[in-house]
Design a protein around this ligand. Sequence first.
Ligand SMILES: CCC/C=C/C(=O)SCCNC(=O)CCNC(=O)[C@H](O)C(C)(C)COP(=O)([O-])OP(=O)([O-])OC[C@H]1O[C@@H](n2cnc3c(N)ncnc32)[C@H](O)[C@@H]1OP(=O)([O-])[O-]
Ligand SMILES: NC(=O)C1=CN([C@@H]2O[C@H](COP(=O)(O)OP(=O)(O)OC[C@H]3O[C@@H](n4cnc5c(N)ncnc54)[C@H](OP(=O)(O)O)[C@@H]3O)[C@@H](O)[C@H]2O)C=CC1
Length: 271
Amino acid sequence: MFQKDLFKDKVVLVTGGRSGIGYAISQMMLELGAKVVIASRKEDLLKQAAEELSQYGECSYLACDIRESDQRTALMEKIKADNGRLDILVNNAGGQFPAPAETISENGWDAVINNNLNGTFHMSSLMARHFFIPQKEGCIINIIANIYRGFPSMVHTGAARAGVENLTKTLAVEWGDYNIRVNAIAPGTIESSGLDTYPKPVQDILGEARAAVPLKRFGTVTEIANTTCFLASPLASYISGVSLYVDGAQHLNGGDPMKLTRLMRAFTKSR
Ligand SMILES: CCC/C=C/C(=O)SCCNC(=O)CCNC(=O)[C@H](O)C(C)(C)COP(=O)([O-])OP(=O)([O-])OC[C@H]1O[C@@H](n2cnc3c(N)ncnc32)[C@H](O)[C@@H]1OP(=O)([O-])[O-]
Ligand SMILES: NC(=O)C1=CN([C@@H]2O[C@H](COP(=O)(O)OP(=O)(O)OC[C@H]3O[C@@H](n4cnc5c(N)ncnc54)[C@H](OP(=O)(O)O)[C@@H]3O)[C@@H](O)[C@H]2O)C=CC1
């Protein structure tokens, strides 16, 4: 769909690029000529993904927990040593667990905020200071979630993603001085490896949730990759500071938002 060499010579970092949405973004960027670096925690799976992705172009990897300062720094140093520059950062790594708010422990809250909010900000700040600001050019894309009506059953990630949505606006304004564009994508429910990690109550409501989406289906990882490539490309050269919902209008009408919370309460009690 895009011009074949759209990202020729561009260096792209995709956090969480070993699976699901991040893998699809990495594959599409590679097919469009980019050099892609993927980073996430599980080194074996990351290495395997990088080897598979190498059939599409130049893909390298480094294990990195985005919550750990020294690991983020090692990743930045590797990109500098290997490529000397970074053009596009896709903050896709993230995750949470469904739980009624009253059952989330302090550590559970902190783990999710550190992952989705703190990890995203610190990664953005580091890459901006070392690459985008000196280069006077850069592009950041933050993958968030559908937080339009809060996020019942996932209050921690709703709060974290709302923080990312807001920092997307602030950084777009502050770093406009350095010609850095910053945008977010809010996927609705996407058929991906991520969904398989969720417990039974989530699996039980998927059919009903799918039917409630105005477009009557969940999204695909390719649809999120398409949007990422669009926002990273010159086609979007005047777009900065937006959060684009890619969700078949699910944020406007997505069924009963409390159903999962009620099922999770019963599920938690039964264990
Ligand atoms: C509807 C679809 C929309 C969205 C789809 C997607 O996003 S798809 C993408 C989906 N993909 C993903 O989400 C994958 C990524 N997700 C993850 O890697 C992890 O879930 C994590 C980063 C959120 C926590 O990782 P970590 O290594 O930091 O965790 P840790 O083990 O060190 O525990 C820290 C604290 O958290 C607590 N706790 C943990 N789990 C649960 C639970 N189920 N229940 C209750 N609590 C839980 C744990 O008990 C502990 O607190 P404690 O006991 O000390 O008081
Ligand atoms: N699928 C969906 O319906 C939706 C997904 N999203 C978001 O999109 C993103 C991708 O999700 P999806 O592909 O579906 O799910 P996955 O679970 O497949 O992807 C999550 C990726 O993030 C990595 N990751 C998680 N925590 C960290 C960390 N602390 N440091 C580095 N890497 C980390 C994981 O790798 P590893 O375990 O090796 O660290 C994994 O590659 C996530 O942020 C997710 O929350 C948002 C809305 C809906």
